[in-house]
Every structure is written in structure tokens, then in C-alpha cells.
Design a protein around this ligand. Structure first.
Ligand SMILES: *Cc1c(COP(=O)(O)O)cnc(C)c1O
Length: 428
């Protein structure tokens, strides 16, 4: 594979952008080597600046669930752009997408749109604190909720593979209000609730974690959290930035039949444009400005281009709920194929999968939390990643990330991928 032009572009970028990238994981630090530069993408494929064609398993980290440059979304954005791209004044489309999201997602009455998943989670926690009058939150080691200060405490993927789980610049004062629990460990959560009685505003988690590989909540874990929250008077926040509109029409709340108090969205909800959102029942949402005292705002929030992309994407998923089944079947097919070829190659591995999220861990222990995920052999992953890239398959460039399937992937693409894994695994 030729990387000549990508390599030159990366060298130039490093002169003007810290590390050459606008988000750390893109720099390939976790896998070594240099990033490829994308020229364009269509359906399940990326085309880089050197003319290589790659099958894409990150889907822009989730949003491109129907494949790249999905025509209805592109058409909607182009049509909107011609009518003005930002006003800072309300538009009808904001209500349309809000109404649709409220109809798709269980247990929410109102939704506020922001510009990223980070903003959604940051605002959700502020709202939880404002609503409960309490300061502390519980988060889980390895869960990522964006890069706002309260969350940069063992934050998974980017932050972990970067070796700076606690970033400089986050004050002690902020860090002390974030309590850390182990994923899938209810008794640990109970201990924290008991030791900090009356001080905790919310428990926030990824209902299926995707930022330490794909980690599935064990049976009873989410139910147990719901119960503990009710007993201790704490709000349960589901960060569905990855799982929302991906695992099911109504996200993890629908899939597991658990009601969260506040739900955060990002990624798919923007159809590839910068959108995040948070939502809850009226009782909680009405605490938000201008109705209530909890402040939250955004010059470009509800931006017409972003809303056009998001509304079209949600409409597509709402009108074609069979997409979720199709994605699940494709991912299960890939899963079965991977098991076969990895067994044949006698490689030590564990695969976690739920719906269209899947991750391969090079360890034979069960991967259920951050600690067990960190035991995966990172050197093996690096070789695997680069081997796959050479074969024409773009995987997430970190052992701590989930793969995201998109529905433009054909069974031929999946077979191609499985064959590539067979070749690469044979040489591991
Ligand atoms: C990606 C992600 C975020 C952050 O979203 P950004 O749009 O990158 O700010 C938050 N939570 C989860 C679960 C995510 O996967």
C-alpha cells in the first residue's frame, strides 16, 4: 500500500495543528505509524489521498450508520445550505427533529440540541446538579463522556491510550466531585452511594460501553443501577452518544427496557454533522433556561445544516426500522467469521458484540470492564491493525475502541474482511 501523499500531508499538518490532528486518536499514536488522509467516502468505502480504497469499520465513529454520503442526507444538507446556513433565530426544522426524537426515544418529553456529544454530557450533568441541588457524580472507569473537565477521570479510548487518564488542566476541585466506579460492579456503586449519602446528583454511564472496546452490561447491571438510583434519590444518566439510534430506534433504553432520567445523544443524531442533544421528562427539562435556572446555550445550536442532516437521518431510521435488524445480522455474520478464522490461526482472543458494535480483544479472559480490557495484548493489536490496513480494511486505530458497522456494508465486504483477518491473523 502506498502512503506517500498521506505522509506528506501529515508532515505539513504537524507544522500548523498540534500533532497534526484535531482529535488525538486520529494521530495513530496508539498503533504507531502515520494516519491516512481521506479524500472522499461513499457507502462502506473510504478513498484516501494515495488512491487506496478501504472498507470502513469506524463510520466516523458511529454517525454514518447508513454509509458515507448517504444520498437523502446529502440532498437535504445541500438544499438547506442554499437558504442560509445560520441565523441564531428559531427555525421550524428544530421542532420537527425534536418531535421526531421524542417520538422515537422512550421516556423523554423534551430535548435540547447542542453541537457535540461532549456538550450534551456536560450539560446533562449541570442539569442533574441543578435539579438535585447536589454536586457529586459517579462515572465508570473506561467510560468516555466527552472531554469536559468533570469526565477526564479515567476516560477510556483516546485519553487512556494516550497515557493521560487524568489530564493536566483539570483542577483538583473538579476531580473531587467525580467518583469512579468499576463497570459491571454494582456493589462498588453501592459502596460509593453509601459513603457519599445525600451528596450525589447523578450516575452517568454508557449503557453499552464503546470506549474501552465494546463492553456489554452484565445481566442485572443496568436494572441494579436503576434501583440504586431510586433508593438513593440519584438521577440515572444514560450517555447514548454511541448507542442512541444505533442499537435500536429508541437506543439502549428500548433495548434493555430501562428508563434513564436523562439521556445524551451525539454521533448518529447528527447524520455526520456536529450535533449532540440531551433529553428528559418535563419535570427535569423544565429546569433548563429560559424556563428554569440552569443555564445552557449555543450560537450554532440547532443550526439548519446540522438539523437537516439529523432530521433526515432520524427519519430514515424511523421509516426503515429493519435497518437495525440488518445491521445486527451483518455484525453477527462478521462475528461468526472472525471466530472461525481466529480459531484456525490459534490466536488468543475475546470478541464482544452487541448489535452493530463489536470489538476484538487479544486476551482469553472475559472483557467486562476497563481493567480486563486493558489486559488485551496491545502489541498484537498494533500488528493486527496495520495488517488489516494493508489488506484494505480500516479498523479503529486503538485497541480501546469499538468497531461500528454501517448498513452499506455488503456480505461481500464482510467476506473480504474475514479473509483479510485470516491472512493477518496467520502472521500474528
Ligand atoms: C463520542 C462520545 C462522546 C463525545 O462526543 P463528541 O461529539 O466527540 O464530543 C461522549 N460520549 C460517548 C459515549 C461517546 O462515544
Amino acid at each position: 500500500m502506498i502512503y506517500k501523499r498521506s505522509s506528506a500531508l501529515f508532515a505539513e499538518a504537524q507544522k500548523y495543528i498540534p500533532g497534526g490532528v484535531n482529535s488525538p486518536v486520529r494521530a495513530f499514536n496508539a498503533v504507531g505509524g502515520e494516519p491516512i488522509y481521506v479524500k472522499e467516502a461513499k457507502g462502506a468505502y473510504l478513498y484516501d489521498e494515495d488512491g487506496n480504497k478501504l472498507i470502513d469499520y469506524i463510520a466516523s465513529w458511529g454517525p454514518m450508520i447508513l454509509g458515507h454520503a448517504h444520498k437523502p442526507v446529502v440532498d437535504a444538507v445541500v438544499a438547506k445550505a442554499q437558504k442560509g446556513t445560520s441565523f441564531g433565530i428559531p427555525t421550524e426544522m428544530e421542532t420537527e427533529i425534536a418531535k421526531l426524537a421524542v417520538s422515537m426515544v422512550p421516556n423523554i418529553d423534551k430535548i435540547r440540541f447542542v453541537n457535540s456529544g461532549t456538550e450534551a454530557c456536560m450539560s446533562a450533568v449541570r442539569l442533574a446538579r441543578g435539579y438535585t441541588g447536589k454536586d457529586k457524580i459517579i462515572k465508570f472507569a473506561g467510560c468516555y463522556h466527552g472531554h469536559s473537565d468533570s469526565f477526564l477521570i479515567q476516560a477510556g479510548s483516546g485519553a487512556v491510550t494516550f497515557g493521560s487518564p487524568n489530564s493536566p488542566g483539570v483542577t483538583q476541585g473538579t476531580a473531587k466531585d467525580t467518583l469512579l466506579a468499576r463497570y459491571n460492579d454494582l456493589s462498588n456503586v453501592k459502596e460509593l452511594l453509601e459513603a457519599n449519602k445525600g451528596e450525589i446528583a447523578a450516575i452517568i454511564l454508557e449503557p453499552v460501553a464503546g470506549n474501552m472496546g465494546c463492553i456489554i452490561p452484565e445481566s442485572g447491571f443496568l436494572e441494579g443501577l436503576r434501583e440504586l438510583c431510586d433508593v438513593y434519590g440519584v438521577l440515572l444518566i444514560f450517555d447514548e452518544v454511541m448507542t442512541g439510534f444505533r442499537l435500536a430506534r429508541g437506543g439502549a433504553q428500548e433495548l434493555f427496557n430501562i428508563k434513564a432520567d436523562i439521556v445524551c445523544f451525539g454521533k448518529v443524531i447528527g447524520g455526520g454533522l456536529p450535533v449532540g442533544a440531551f433529553a428528559a421528562r418535563n419535570e427535569i427539562m423544565n429546569h433548563l433556561a429560559p424556563l428554569g435556572p440552569v443555564y445552557q446555550a449555543g450560537t450554532l445550536s440547532g443550526n439548519p445544516l446540522a438539523m437537516a442532516a439529523g432530521l433526515t437521518m432520524l427519519s430514515e431510521l424511523n421509516d426503515h426500522p429493519e435497518v437495525f435488524k440488518s445491521l445486527e445480522e451483518k455484525t453477527a455474520y462478521l462475528h461468526r467469521g472472525l471466530i472461525k478464522v481466529l480459531n484456525d490461526a490459534e490466536v488468543t482472543y475475546t470478541i464482544n458484540r452487541l448489535g452493530s458494535m463489536i470489538s476484538v480483544h487479544f486476551t482469553d479472559d472475559k472483557v467486562v470492564d476497563f481493567e480486563s480490557s486493558a489486559k488485551g495484548n496491545n502489541d498484537t493489536f498494533k500488528k493486527f491493525f496495520h495488517g488489516m490496513l494493508t489488506e484494505g480494511v480500516y479498523l479503529p486505530p486503538s485497541a480501546f475502541e469499538s468497531w461500528f458497522l454501517n448498513d452499506a456494508l455488503s456480505y461481500d465486504d464482510l467476506d473480504f474482511t474475514i479473509n483479510a483477518v485470516a491472512k493477518v491473523a496467520g502472521a500474528l
